[in-house]
Design a protein around this ligand. Structure first.
Ligand code: ZN
Length: 145
């Protein structure tokens, strides 16, 4: 039996992108959307991949945040087993309590755009978002007097 190699924590994004598209390096812009979760979920995602690797073959399609929690989309050549599905579901559930930005203790925050963050990361996120909105707000054109 082949020895299972755990995901390299230093280059986890690259490793996951290689799974999404083995030739992603030719066109990195094309796969920018594929792995978009924050560094805080690195351990969660890598642990999940390590567990799934022991269950059945699969391809990663996309790893992202939706409604504040982890989404891990895969394609499996064979029907996914209950264990495979349950393992992914457990990671979704765990993501509700891990700050997506720093990996600290987080919870679902925000309205409209919900994210799982700790208090300091949430403050930083809101500040950054407010700055970005301020830049992009369209000003109503006023007629000269
Ligand atoms: Zn945080």
């Amino acid at each position: 039996m082949e020895a299972m190699v755990a995901v390299n924590r230093e280059r986890w994004r690259e490793e996951l992108l290689e799974c999404v598209d083995p030739e992603w390096k030719k066109n990195p812009e094309n796969v920018k959307w594929a792995i978009t979760v924050g560094e805080g979920w690195k351990k969660l995602v890598c642990d999940l991949v390590d567990k799934l690797d022991k269950i059945q073959p699969y391809t990663i399609l996309q790893v992202k945040e939706k409604f504040g929690t982890l989404r891990f989309y895969t394609h499996t050549p064979k029907k996914p087993s209950k264990k495979f599905i349950d393992t992914i579901e457990a990671a979704y559930k765990a993501s509700e309590k891990i700050c997506e930005d720093c990996g600290g203790k987080g919870k679902l925050r925000g309205d409209g755009w919900v994210r799982t963050l700790c208090i300091p990361c949430n403050k930083a996120f809101l500040k950054k978002r407010a700055e970005r909105f301020a830049k992009h707000t369209r000003k109503a054109k006023q007629k000269p007097d």
